[in-house]
Design a protein. Structure first.
Length: 134
């Protein structure tokens, strides 16, 4: 628990911030492309130069990282664990009719991290929403 709180309080290095910003920018630009918007048009429409755009991407990425740290801390603090059944159900959402097979393939490749993260954070968010209004 303390390690998770420390993650929230710790400063990110320039290299970490740049990497987070670039990763966020790649995802953001993929989303823009899905809506037939190129990054340059977005920048012009929002009055951003390259430096401002990169800074905005980095700020969003850091905000997302901190939010994810909070969700991770909630999950651990609530004492939750994740079952194989939950992972299979999550794979079923992404791969209808193939949830068990997708789980087994990812488990075999020792590649369950992203799905575990997705399930963990969804459960933590649900806990927050359920407990926010009491």
């Amino acid at each position: 628990r303390i390690a998770m709180v420390d993650r929230l309080d710790s400063e990110l290095s320039e290299t970490e911030m740049r990497a987070l910003g670039e990763e966020y920018q790649n995802k953001f630009e993929t989303e823009l492309a899905a809506h037939n918007i190129d990054p340059e048009s977005y920048q012009v429409a929002h009055g951003l130069d390259e430096e401002q755009y990169a800074l905005m991407m980095t700020r969003h990425a850091i905000s997302d990282a901190h939010w994810n740290y909070v969700l991770d801390a909630v999950f651990v603090g609530a004492g939750y664990t994740i079952t194989e059944e939950e992972l299979v159900a999550a794979f079923e959402e992404d791969f209808p009719g193939q949830g068990k097979e997708a789980f087994e393939l990812h488990d075999l490749r020792n590649d369950l991290y992203l799905m575990v993260e997705k399930v963990r954070r969804a459960r933590a968010l649900k806990w927050l929403l359920d407990n926010a209004i009491k």
